[in-house]
Design a protein around this ligand. Structure first.
Ligand code: ZN
Length: 295
């Protein structure tokens, strides 16, 4: 359930490259959500993107949420991450299924659709979180995130995200790469970069071949110098707990809560991120209602 994100500076420190290795993390997400290969690929791409977005945070207590609103079989994919490498995700349709696309790949773009939205929320613990929006371009997630950076943050960015599946081990390899030029970038570096990106093999194939992030950097960016900045562990973790869920229950409101316990004698809550069910008895709920009313 763990992975890594490695960050590099290449091309005379004019280009930032992030490489995420998420094979185990995506396998774990598949087990938690019971996803079909197509839903695994869609959720895995969003989770992988989020782990890299988590490395672009400006403060240590920033939380980043990446939401994809689709219009076809998959209406919603959400991944939430923090600066410490914790990530969790949710997909509205865990059993999406479509024929392979003309390239012979899982048709994530077909399942999400092209007419939806990408929303990126950066919550730095201030009053208002920063919220950025972009229209989806292909629904394939990588192109959509690149377009988001270009149009919403005026930041030229190349994004590659991949989840390689097969019938035997399901998730063979998963990972992502994000390449961003820094503001002082030379024209010559941009040209070399475009050639390198155009000739690049899919990131999941390189990971499947056992290539390390260093080897990927050396192979893709042959003509560039490179410097490793950091390697950070990432993990699929959910911070839900009975205590948090009980607190959340109060937000339902006293009247509705009393109605539910009169009708059902209990309340069942479900955490969408780790697929855990929490059951609260009548007396537990009466206790929190009493405590809330006294407060
Ligand atoms: Zn949970």
């Amino acid at each position: 359930m763990k992975g890594k994100v490695s960050s590099y500076l290449i091309g005379n420190q004019q280009v930032r490259v992030y490489i995420a290795e998420t094979t185990e993390l995506v396998k774990h997400a598949m087990a938690v959500h019971g996803t079909s290969p197509l839903s695994t690929a869609a959720l895995g791409r969003v989770l992988t993107a989020a782990t890299i977005l988590g490395r672009m945070t400006k403060s240590d207590n920033e939380q980043v949420t990446l939401q994809i609103s689709g219009t076809n079989q998959i209406k919603s994919i959400v991944a939430i991450t923090d600066a410490s490498g914790n990530v969790k995700g949710y997909i509205s349709n865990s059993l999406a299924e479509l024929p392979l696309n003309p390239q012979g790949k899982l048709d994530v773009g077909g399942a999400v659709g092209k007419d939806g939205k990408l929303v990126l929320i950066r919550d730095m613990g201030l009053k208002e979180p920063y919220v950025g929006h972009a229209n989806l371009i292909t629904g394939e997630i990588a192109e959509d995130l690149a377009a988001y950076f270009m149009y919403s943050e005026q930041q030229p960015t190349a994004v590659s995200l991949g989840v390689l599946t097969d019938a035997e081990v399901f998730v063979r390899a998963a990972g992502g790469m994000v390449i961003q030029t820094l503001p002082n970038v030379d024209e010559e570096v941009i040209e070399k970069l475009e050639t390198a990106i155009n000739g690049m093999a899919p990131i999941s194939n390189m990971i499947d071949q056992g290539m390390t992030p260093d080897a990927i950097i050396d192979t893709v960016f042959t003509d560039f110098d490179s410097e490793l900045l950091e390697v950070v562990d990432i993990e699929y973790t959910c911070n839900c707990s009975e205590e948090r869920m009980l607190k959340g229950l109060i937000s339902i409101g006293e009247k509705d809560l009393r109605e539910i316990i009169e009708e059902d004698g209990k309340v069942e809550l479900h955490c969408h991120f780790c697929n855990t069910y929490y059951n609260f008895t009548r007396s537990q709920i009466e206790d929190i209602l009493d405590a809330a009313l006294k407060a």
